[in-house]
Design a protein around this ligand. Structure first.
Ligand SMILES: Nc1ncnc2c1ncn2[C@@H]1O[C@H](COP(=O)(O)OP(=O)(O)OP(=O)(O)O)[C@@H](O)[C@H]1O
Ligand SMILES: [Mg+2]
Length: 460
Protein backbone atom coordinates (compact mmCIF):
# COMPACT_ATOMS: atom_id res chain seq x y z
CA UNK A 1 0.00 0.00 0.00
CA UNK A 2 1.24 3.52 -0.78
CA UNK A 3 2.06 5.67 2.24
CA UNK A 4 1.10 9.24 1.41
CA UNK A 5 3.21 12.07 2.72
CA UNK A 6 1.65 15.06 4.48
CA UNK A 7 3.25 18.38 5.45
CA UNK A 8 1.87 20.22 8.47
CA UNK A 9 2.65 23.93 8.58
CA UNK A 10 1.60 25.65 11.82
CA UNK A 11 3.46 27.97 14.18
CA UNK A 12 1.79 26.54 17.30
CA UNK A 13 3.88 23.65 18.56
CA UNK A 14 1.05 21.93 20.42
CA UNK A 15 -1.10 21.86 17.28
CA UNK A 16 1.76 20.51 15.15
CA UNK A 17 2.52 17.79 17.66
CA UNK A 18 -1.11 16.90 18.25
CA UNK A 19 -1.80 16.50 14.52
CA UNK A 20 1.46 14.65 13.86
CA UNK A 21 0.70 12.12 16.55
CA UNK A 22 -2.81 11.52 15.26
CA UNK A 23 -1.74 11.15 11.63
CA UNK A 24 1.58 9.33 11.95
CA UNK A 25 -0.01 5.90 12.12
CA UNK A 26 -1.34 6.21 8.55
CA UNK A 27 0.84 8.80 6.85
CA UNK A 28 4.42 9.95 6.54
CA UNK A 29 4.24 13.29 8.36
CA UNK A 30 6.69 16.23 8.36
CA UNK A 31 5.95 19.43 10.26
CA UNK A 32 7.15 23.01 9.90
CA UNK A 33 6.74 26.09 12.09
CA UNK A 34 6.95 28.66 9.27
CA UNK A 35 5.99 28.95 5.62
CA UNK A 36 9.46 29.73 4.24
CA UNK A 37 11.13 26.51 5.38
CA UNK A 38 8.13 24.42 4.34
CA UNK A 39 8.16 25.87 0.82
CA UNK A 40 11.85 25.04 0.48
CA UNK A 41 11.09 21.47 1.52
CA UNK A 42 8.09 21.27 -0.85
CA UNK A 43 10.18 22.35 -3.81
CA UNK A 44 12.77 19.65 -3.04
CA UNK A 45 10.39 16.86 -2.20
CA UNK A 46 6.70 17.60 -2.86
CA UNK A 47 4.28 15.91 -0.44
CA UNK A 48 0.92 14.46 -1.44
CA UNK A 49 -1.05 16.87 0.75
CA UNK A 50 -0.47 20.00 2.86
CA UNK A 51 -2.16 21.21 6.06
CA UNK A 52 -1.54 24.94 6.18
CA UNK A 53 -2.29 27.38 9.00
CA UNK A 54 -3.62 30.74 7.80
CA UNK A 55 -2.24 32.86 10.67
CA UNK A 56 1.50 32.26 10.28
CA UNK A 57 4.21 34.80 11.24
CA UNK A 58 6.20 36.51 8.41
CA UNK A 59 4.80 34.89 5.25
CA UNK A 60 1.16 34.20 6.06
CA UNK A 61 -0.86 31.16 5.02
CA UNK A 62 -2.51 32.87 2.04
CA UNK A 63 0.84 33.93 0.57
CA UNK A 64 2.24 30.46 1.23
CA UNK A 65 -0.78 28.90 -0.50
CA UNK A 66 -0.15 31.04 -3.57
CA UNK A 67 3.49 29.90 -3.69
CA UNK A 68 2.60 26.23 -3.25
CA UNK A 69 -0.04 26.42 -5.98
CA UNK A 70 2.49 28.03 -8.31
CA UNK A 71 4.98 25.25 -7.66
CA UNK A 72 2.61 22.28 -7.59
CA UNK A 73 -0.96 23.21 -8.57
CA UNK A 74 -2.19 19.65 -8.03
CA UNK A 75 -1.22 19.23 -4.36
CA UNK A 76 -4.37 19.53 -2.25
CA UNK A 77 -3.91 22.16 0.48
CA UNK A 78 -6.22 22.14 3.52
CA UNK A 79 -6.25 25.47 5.34
CA UNK A 80 -6.35 25.65 9.13
CA UNK A 81 -7.96 28.73 10.54
CA UNK A 82 -8.22 29.90 14.15
CA UNK A 83 -11.71 31.30 13.69
CA UNK A 84 -14.08 31.25 10.76
CA UNK A 85 -12.93 34.41 9.05
CA UNK A 86 -15.11 34.06 6.00
CA UNK A 87 -13.21 36.57 3.83
CA UNK A 88 -9.84 34.91 4.33
CA UNK A 89 -11.34 31.48 3.78
CA UNK A 90 -12.97 32.65 0.55
CA UNK A 91 -9.70 34.07 -0.76
CA UNK A 92 -7.96 30.80 0.13
CA UNK A 93 -10.59 28.77 -1.73
CA UNK A 94 -10.33 31.11 -4.71
CA UNK A 95 -6.58 30.56 -4.78
CA UNK A 96 -7.20 26.84 -5.04
CA UNK A 97 -7.25 25.56 -1.43
CA UNK A 98 -8.88 22.13 -1.35
CA UNK A 99 -10.84 22.71 1.90
CA UNK A 100 -10.48 24.27 5.36
CA UNK A 101 -10.84 23.24 9.02
CA UNK A 102 -11.43 25.46 12.05
CA UNK A 103 -9.48 25.24 15.33
CA UNK A 104 -9.93 23.52 17.74
CA UNK A 105 -9.43 20.71 15.27
CA UNK A 106 -11.81 17.76 15.27
CA UNK A 107 -9.42 14.98 14.27
CA UNK A 108 -12.21 12.73 12.93
CA UNK A 109 -13.47 15.27 10.46
CA UNK A 110 -9.93 16.36 9.51
CA UNK A 111 -9.07 12.75 8.69
CA UNK A 112 -12.10 12.48 6.40
CA UNK A 113 -11.11 15.71 4.62
CA UNK A 114 -7.56 14.39 4.20
CA UNK A 115 -8.77 11.08 2.83
CA UNK A 116 -11.03 12.85 0.31
CA UNK A 117 -8.20 15.14 -0.76
CA UNK A 118 -5.87 12.21 -1.35
CA UNK A 119 -8.56 10.29 -3.22
CA UNK A 120 -9.01 13.29 -5.52
CA UNK A 121 -5.34 13.32 -6.46
CA UNK A 122 -5.26 9.56 -6.85
CA UNK A 123 -8.16 9.74 -9.31
CA UNK A 124 -6.62 12.68 -11.10
CA UNK A 125 -3.37 10.75 -11.54
CA UNK A 126 -5.24 7.70 -12.80
CA UNK A 127 -7.19 9.79 -15.29
CA UNK A 128 -4.01 11.44 -16.55
CA UNK A 129 -2.25 8.09 -16.98
CA UNK A 130 -5.24 6.69 -18.88
CA UNK A 131 -5.49 9.83 -20.96
CA UNK A 132 -1.80 9.56 -21.91
CA UNK A 133 -2.34 5.95 -22.86
CA UNK A 134 -5.36 6.83 -25.04
CA UNK A 135 -3.51 9.73 -26.61
CA UNK A 136 -0.61 7.48 -27.53
CA UNK A 137 -2.69 4.60 -28.81
CA UNK A 138 -5.70 6.17 -30.44
CA UNK A 139 -4.75 9.58 -31.64
CA UNK A 140 -2.76 10.10 -34.76
CA UNK A 141 -0.63 13.07 -33.74
CA UNK A 142 -1.70 16.49 -34.85
CA UNK A 143 1.37 18.06 -36.42
CA UNK A 144 1.92 21.80 -36.50
CA UNK A 145 4.28 24.32 -35.00
CA UNK A 146 2.95 27.49 -36.59
CA UNK A 147 1.59 30.14 -34.23
CA UNK A 148 -1.95 29.66 -35.55
CA UNK A 149 -1.86 25.94 -34.78
CA UNK A 150 -0.27 26.44 -31.37
CA UNK A 151 -2.94 29.02 -30.46
CA UNK A 152 -5.67 26.71 -31.69
CA UNK A 153 -4.31 23.77 -29.65
CA UNK A 154 -4.05 25.91 -26.50
CA UNK A 155 -7.66 27.02 -26.99
CA UNK A 156 -8.69 23.40 -27.61
CA UNK A 157 -7.04 22.22 -24.38
CA UNK A 158 -9.11 24.77 -22.44
CA UNK A 159 -12.48 24.11 -24.05
CA UNK A 160 -12.09 20.32 -24.04
CA UNK A 161 -12.21 20.36 -20.24
CA UNK A 162 -15.98 20.81 -20.04
CA UNK A 163 -17.89 17.54 -20.51
CA UNK A 164 -20.87 18.87 -22.47
CA UNK A 165 -20.24 22.27 -24.06
CA UNK A 166 -20.93 21.92 -27.80
CA UNK A 167 -18.02 22.61 -30.12
CA UNK A 168 -18.26 23.47 -33.80
CA UNK A 169 -15.15 22.88 -35.93
CA UNK A 170 -14.93 24.83 -39.16
CA UNK A 171 -12.31 24.76 -41.86
CA UNK A 172 -11.60 23.89 -45.45
CA UNK A 173 -11.72 20.34 -46.72
CA UNK A 174 -8.77 18.20 -45.62
CA UNK A 175 -7.56 20.73 -43.06
CA UNK A 176 -7.82 18.29 -40.14
CA UNK A 177 -11.29 18.84 -38.66
CA UNK A 178 -11.83 15.18 -37.87
CA UNK A 179 -8.44 14.97 -36.19
CA UNK A 180 -9.38 17.96 -34.04
CA UNK A 181 -12.67 16.32 -33.09
CA UNK A 182 -10.64 13.30 -31.92
CA UNK A 183 -8.36 15.56 -29.92
CA UNK A 184 -11.34 17.19 -28.20
CA UNK A 185 -12.70 13.80 -27.17
CA UNK A 186 -9.46 12.36 -25.83
CA UNK A 187 -8.58 15.52 -23.95
CA UNK A 188 -11.99 15.84 -22.33
CA UNK A 189 -13.35 14.26 -19.16
CA UNK A 190 -15.52 12.10 -21.50
CA UNK A 191 -12.56 10.20 -22.92
CA UNK A 192 -13.56 6.96 -21.21
CA UNK A 193 -16.88 7.00 -23.06
CA UNK A 194 -17.27 6.33 -26.79
CA UNK A 195 -16.44 8.74 -29.56
CA UNK A 196 -19.30 8.09 -31.99
CA UNK A 197 -18.91 9.61 -35.45
CA UNK A 198 -21.92 10.26 -37.65
CA UNK A 199 -21.13 11.32 -41.19
CA UNK A 200 -24.26 13.30 -42.01
CA UNK A 201 -23.36 13.41 -45.73
CA UNK A 202 -23.15 9.63 -46.00
CA UNK A 203 -26.60 8.89 -44.55
CA UNK A 204 -29.69 9.59 -46.68
CA UNK A 205 -31.46 12.70 -45.39
CA UNK A 206 -34.71 10.90 -44.48
CA UNK A 207 -32.87 8.29 -42.40
CA UNK A 208 -30.53 10.52 -40.47
CA UNK A 209 -32.97 11.42 -37.71
CA UNK A 210 -33.61 7.77 -36.86
CA UNK A 211 -29.90 6.89 -37.16
CA UNK A 212 -28.99 9.50 -34.57
CA UNK A 213 -31.97 9.28 -32.23
CA UNK A 214 -33.22 5.75 -32.91
CA UNK A 215 -36.78 4.69 -33.67
CA UNK A 216 -39.59 3.04 -31.75
CA UNK A 217 -41.22 -0.26 -32.61
CA UNK A 218 -43.44 0.23 -35.70
CA UNK A 219 -42.34 3.85 -36.18
CA UNK A 220 -42.52 3.50 -39.96
CA UNK A 221 -43.11 0.73 -42.46
CA UNK A 222 -40.05 -1.48 -42.53
CA UNK A 223 -38.94 -0.46 -39.04
CA UNK A 224 -37.57 -3.44 -37.13
CA UNK A 225 -40.23 -4.89 -34.87
CA UNK A 226 -38.17 -4.21 -31.79
CA UNK A 227 -37.24 -0.64 -32.72
CA UNK A 228 -33.64 0.51 -32.65
CA UNK A 229 -31.53 2.64 -30.39
CA UNK A 230 -29.85 5.64 -31.91
CA UNK A 231 -26.15 6.44 -32.16
CA UNK A 232 -26.62 9.16 -29.55
CA UNK A 233 -27.14 6.45 -26.94
CA UNK A 234 -23.81 4.83 -27.85
CA UNK A 235 -22.22 8.21 -27.21
CA UNK A 236 -23.66 8.46 -23.69
CA UNK A 237 -20.93 9.73 -21.36
CA UNK A 238 -18.69 10.30 -24.38
CA UNK A 239 -18.74 12.41 -27.53
CA UNK A 240 -21.15 12.50 -30.47
CA UNK A 241 -19.25 13.77 -33.50
CA UNK A 242 -21.53 15.08 -36.23
CA UNK A 243 -19.31 15.31 -39.29
CA UNK A 244 -20.53 17.26 -42.34
CA UNK A 245 -23.10 19.00 -40.16
CA UNK A 246 -24.44 21.03 -43.11
CA UNK A 247 -26.05 17.86 -44.47
CA UNK A 248 -28.28 17.36 -41.43
CA UNK A 249 -32.00 17.34 -42.33
CA UNK A 250 -34.24 20.05 -40.88
CA UNK A 251 -36.15 17.43 -38.84
CA UNK A 252 -32.95 16.15 -37.28
CA UNK A 253 -31.84 19.75 -36.67
CA UNK A 254 -35.00 20.43 -34.63
CA UNK A 255 -34.44 17.33 -32.52
CA UNK A 256 -30.80 18.10 -32.01
CA UNK A 257 -31.61 21.62 -30.84
CA UNK A 258 -34.00 20.27 -28.24
CA UNK A 259 -31.40 17.80 -27.06
CA UNK A 260 -28.73 20.49 -26.78
CA UNK A 261 -31.06 22.73 -24.83
CA UNK A 262 -32.23 20.30 -22.18
CA UNK A 263 -30.53 16.96 -22.74
CA UNK A 264 -33.76 15.24 -23.77
CA UNK A 265 -34.88 13.49 -26.94
CA UNK A 266 -37.54 11.14 -28.30
CA UNK A 267 -36.90 8.21 -30.60
CA UNK A 268 -38.67 8.58 -33.94
CA UNK A 269 -42.29 7.45 -33.41
CA UNK A 270 -42.02 7.38 -29.63
CA UNK A 271 -43.60 9.55 -26.94
CA UNK A 272 -41.16 8.40 -24.27
CA UNK A 273 -38.78 11.13 -23.25
CA UNK A 274 -35.15 10.03 -22.85
CA UNK A 275 -32.20 11.78 -21.29
CA UNK A 276 -28.50 11.25 -21.79
CA UNK A 277 -25.29 13.18 -21.21
CA UNK A 278 -22.89 13.51 -24.11
CA UNK A 279 -20.86 16.24 -25.74
CA UNK A 280 -21.79 17.17 -29.29
CA UNK A 281 -18.85 18.10 -31.49
CA UNK A 282 -19.67 18.98 -35.07
CA UNK A 283 -17.68 19.85 -38.16
CA UNK A 284 -18.42 21.46 -41.47
CA UNK A 285 -16.70 23.05 -44.43
CA UNK A 286 -19.95 24.61 -45.60
CA UNK A 287 -20.87 28.23 -45.19
CA UNK A 288 -23.53 27.88 -42.50
CA UNK A 289 -24.37 31.61 -42.59
CA UNK A 290 -25.32 31.24 -46.22
CA UNK A 291 -27.29 28.07 -45.47
CA UNK A 292 -29.23 29.93 -42.76
CA UNK A 293 -30.02 32.69 -45.25
CA UNK A 294 -31.26 30.10 -47.75
CA UNK A 295 -33.37 28.34 -45.12
CA UNK A 296 -31.35 25.09 -45.01
CA UNK A 297 -29.94 25.51 -41.53
CA UNK A 298 -31.64 26.67 -38.32
CA UNK A 299 -30.23 29.86 -36.91
CA UNK A 300 -31.10 28.89 -33.30
CA UNK A 301 -29.27 25.58 -33.73
CA UNK A 302 -26.28 27.37 -35.20
CA UNK A 303 -25.96 29.51 -32.07
CA UNK A 304 -26.40 26.56 -29.73
CA UNK A 305 -24.14 24.08 -31.51
CA UNK A 306 -21.39 26.65 -31.97
CA UNK A 307 -21.13 27.89 -28.38
CA UNK A 308 -17.44 27.23 -28.91
CA UNK A 309 -16.07 27.54 -32.43
CA UNK A 310 -12.71 26.22 -33.53
CA UNK A 311 -11.47 27.35 -36.91
CA UNK A 312 -8.83 25.04 -38.33
CA UNK A 313 -6.45 27.14 -40.44
CA UNK A 314 -5.91 26.11 -44.06
CA UNK A 315 -2.48 24.83 -45.08
CA UNK A 316 -1.97 27.90 -47.29
CA UNK A 317 -2.33 30.02 -44.15
CA UNK A 318 0.44 28.14 -42.35
CA UNK A 319 3.09 27.40 -44.91
CA UNK A 320 5.79 26.95 -42.30
CA UNK A 321 4.10 23.67 -41.30
CA UNK A 322 4.30 22.16 -44.82
CA UNK A 323 7.77 20.62 -44.54
CA UNK A 324 7.14 19.43 -41.01
CA UNK A 325 3.98 17.66 -42.15
CA UNK A 326 5.66 16.31 -45.29
CA UNK A 327 8.46 14.80 -43.21
CA UNK A 328 5.96 13.28 -40.83
CA UNK A 329 4.13 11.63 -43.73
CA UNK A 330 7.41 10.52 -45.37
CA UNK A 331 8.26 8.72 -42.14
CA UNK A 332 4.75 7.22 -41.89
CA UNK A 333 4.66 5.92 -45.49
CA UNK A 334 8.29 4.75 -45.54
CA UNK A 335 7.46 2.50 -42.62
CA UNK A 336 4.22 1.38 -44.21
CA UNK A 337 5.79 0.55 -47.59
CA UNK A 338 9.08 -0.77 -46.15
CA UNK A 339 11.09 1.93 -47.94
CA UNK A 340 14.10 3.86 -46.73
CA UNK A 341 13.41 7.55 -47.15
CA UNK A 342 15.49 9.94 -45.09
CA UNK A 343 13.78 13.20 -46.02
CA UNK A 344 13.03 15.60 -48.80
CA UNK A 345 15.30 17.23 -51.41
CA UNK A 346 15.55 21.01 -51.35
CA UNK A 347 13.95 21.30 -54.82
CA UNK A 348 11.01 19.14 -53.78
CA UNK A 349 10.66 21.15 -50.57
CA UNK A 350 10.52 24.34 -52.64
CA UNK A 351 7.79 22.91 -54.87
CA UNK A 352 5.72 21.90 -51.85
CA UNK A 353 6.10 25.29 -50.18
CA UNK A 354 4.91 27.13 -53.30
CA UNK A 355 2.04 24.83 -54.20
CA UNK A 356 -1.53 26.08 -53.80
CA UNK A 357 -2.96 23.59 -51.28
CA UNK A 358 -6.68 23.65 -52.05
CA UNK A 359 -6.99 20.13 -50.64
CA UNK A 360 -4.98 21.07 -47.54
CA UNK A 361 -3.22 18.43 -45.41
CA UNK A 362 -5.10 15.60 -47.10
CA UNK A 363 -3.73 16.65 -50.49
CA UNK A 364 -0.20 16.88 -49.06
CA UNK A 365 -0.57 13.47 -47.42
CA UNK A 366 -1.77 11.92 -50.70
CA UNK A 367 1.09 13.48 -52.67
CA UNK A 368 3.67 12.20 -50.18
CA UNK A 369 2.07 8.74 -50.16
CA UNK A 370 2.34 8.53 -53.93
CA UNK A 371 5.88 9.97 -53.86
CA UNK A 372 7.17 7.46 -51.34
CA UNK A 373 5.50 4.62 -53.19
CA UNK A 374 6.92 5.42 -56.62
CA UNK A 375 10.17 7.17 -55.65
CA UNK A 376 13.52 5.44 -55.22
CA UNK A 377 14.74 7.47 -52.26
CA UNK A 378 16.59 8.14 -50.12
CA UNK A 379 15.17 11.65 -50.63
CA UNK A 380 11.79 12.61 -51.98
CA UNK A 381 12.52 14.28 -55.34
CA UNK A 382 10.45 16.84 -57.31
CA UNK A 383 9.56 14.24 -59.96
CA UNK A 384 8.15 11.95 -57.22
CA UNK A 385 5.57 14.55 -56.30
CA UNK A 386 3.73 14.65 -59.62
CA UNK A 387 3.11 18.34 -59.18
CA UNK A 388 4.24 19.11 -62.77
CA UNK A 389 1.20 17.28 -64.19
CA UNK A 390 -0.95 19.80 -62.42
CA UNK A 391 0.97 22.68 -64.01
CA UNK A 392 -0.28 21.85 -67.50
CA UNK A 393 -3.70 23.15 -66.66
CA UNK A 394 -4.65 26.75 -65.90
CA UNK A 395 -2.59 27.66 -62.86
CA UNK A 396 -2.89 30.63 -60.60
CA UNK A 397 0.08 32.92 -60.79
CA UNK A 398 0.26 36.03 -58.68
CA UNK A 399 -3.50 35.85 -58.23
CA UNK A 400 -4.29 35.75 -61.99
CA UNK A 401 -5.36 32.69 -63.93
CA UNK A 402 -2.93 31.78 -66.72
CA UNK A 403 -4.52 30.53 -69.96
CA UNK A 404 -2.91 29.59 -73.29
CA UNK A 405 -2.89 32.52 -75.73
CA UNK A 406 -5.24 32.53 -78.76
CA UNK A 407 -3.23 31.36 -81.83
CA UNK A 408 -3.61 33.32 -85.18
CA UNK A 409 -5.77 30.52 -86.64
CA UNK A 410 -8.17 30.78 -83.65
CA UNK A 411 -9.12 28.08 -81.16
CA UNK A 412 -11.86 25.62 -80.28
CA UNK A 413 -13.64 27.44 -77.49
CA UNK A 414 -16.03 24.59 -76.62
CA UNK A 415 -13.17 22.14 -76.39
CA UNK A 416 -11.25 24.45 -74.04
CA UNK A 417 -14.35 24.95 -71.93
CA UNK A 418 -14.91 21.21 -71.82
CA UNK A 419 -11.34 20.36 -70.79
CA UNK A 420 -11.39 23.08 -68.15
CA UNK A 421 -14.56 21.66 -66.66
CA UNK A 422 -13.32 18.08 -66.95
CA UNK A 423 -10.07 18.91 -65.23
CA UNK A 424 -11.75 20.39 -62.17
CA UNK A 425 -14.42 17.73 -61.96
CA UNK A 426 -11.81 14.94 -62.15
CA UNK A 427 -9.55 16.72 -59.70
CA UNK A 428 -12.34 17.25 -57.17
CA UNK A 429 -13.48 13.65 -57.58
CA UNK A 430 -9.93 12.41 -56.95
CA UNK A 431 -9.48 14.66 -53.93
CA UNK A 432 -12.78 13.50 -52.48
CA UNK A 433 -11.67 9.89 -53.02
CA UNK A 434 -14.70 9.20 -55.20
CA UNK A 435 -17.28 10.74 -52.88
CA UNK A 436 -19.55 12.80 -55.14
CA UNK A 437 -21.09 14.98 -52.47
CA UNK A 438 -17.67 15.87 -51.04
CA UNK A 439 -16.37 16.58 -54.55
CA UNK A 440 -19.38 18.83 -55.24
CA UNK A 441 -18.60 20.71 -52.04
CA UNK A 442 -15.03 21.28 -53.17
CA UNK A 443 -16.38 23.02 -56.27
CA UNK A 444 -19.13 24.78 -54.35
CA UNK A 445 -21.79 23.34 -56.60
CA UNK A 446 -24.73 21.24 -55.70
CA UNK A 447 -24.45 17.48 -55.61
CA UNK A 448 -26.91 16.93 -58.51
CA UNK A 449 -25.16 19.46 -60.73
CA UNK A 450 -21.86 17.70 -60.07
CA UNK A 451 -23.29 14.30 -60.92
CA UNK A 452 -24.98 15.61 -64.07
CA UNK A 453 -21.87 17.38 -65.39
CA UNK A 454 -19.58 14.46 -64.62
CA UNK A 455 -21.87 12.03 -66.40
CA UNK A 456 -22.13 14.34 -69.38
CA UNK A 457 -18.37 14.74 -69.63
CA UNK A 458 -17.80 11.00 -69.39
CA UNK A 459 -20.36 10.25 -72.13
CA UNK A 460 -19.30 12.88 -74.62
N1 LIG B 1 -2.09 18.55 -38.45
C1 LIG B 1 -2.12 17.32 -38.94
N2 LIG B 1 -1.17 16.43 -38.60
C2 LIG B 1 -1.16 15.18 -39.11
N3 LIG B 1 -2.08 14.73 -39.98
C3 LIG B 1 -3.06 15.57 -40.36
C4 LIG B 1 -3.14 16.90 -39.85
N4 LIG B 1 -4.23 17.50 -40.38
C5 LIG B 1 -4.81 16.59 -41.17
N5 LIG B 1 -4.12 15.43 -41.18
C6 LIG B 1 -4.43 14.23 -41.98
O1 LIG B 1 -5.00 14.68 -43.20
C7 LIG B 1 -6.14 13.92 -43.55
C8 LIG B 1 -7.37 14.81 -43.61
O2 LIG B 1 -7.72 15.25 -42.29
P1 LIG B 1 -9.23 15.25 -41.75
O3 LIG B 1 -9.97 14.06 -42.28
O4 LIG B 1 -9.21 15.46 -40.30
O5 LIG B 1 -9.74 16.57 -42.52
P2 LIG B 1 -11.18 17.23 -42.56
O6 LIG B 1 -10.98 18.67 -42.30
O7 LIG B 1 -12.10 16.47 -41.67
O8 LIG B 1 -11.59 17.04 -44.09
P3 LIG B 1 -13.07 17.02 -44.78
O9 LIG B 1 -13.62 18.42 -44.71
O10 LIG B 1 -12.80 16.65 -46.18
O11 LIG B 1 -13.88 16.04 -44.03
C9 LIG B 1 -6.26 12.81 -42.52
O12 LIG B 1 -5.60 11.66 -43.02
C10 LIG B 1 -5.51 13.37 -41.31
O13 LIG B 1 -4.97 12.32 -40.56
MG1 LIG C 1 -13.84 15.40 -42.17
Amino acid sequence: MITYSIFIIDDEETIREGMSMALEADYKVSSFADAESSIKAISVNPPDLVLLDIGLPAMNGIEALEKIKQLYPHIPVIMITAYEDIHTVISAMKLGAYDYVVKPIQMDSLEITIRNGLETIRLRKEIRALQDKYLKENLPCFIGESDTIQDMMAFLAKVAKSPDTPILICGETGSGKELIANAVHYRSPNFKGNLVTVNCAAIPKDLIESEIFGYAKGAFSGAATSGKKGLIEDASGGTLFLDELGDLSLEAQAKLLRFLENGEFYKVGSTKKQYIQTRVVSATNMNLDKMIEDGFFRKDLYFRIGVIKIKVPSLNERRNDIILLAEHFIYEFSRKFGKIFTGISSQAAKALIHHNWTGNVRELKNIVERGVLIGNGPELMPQDLGLEDRMQTPERQSGKMMFPPIPPEGLDFSEIQRSFEKYYIDEAFKMAKGNESKAAKLLNINHHTFRYRRKKLLVI
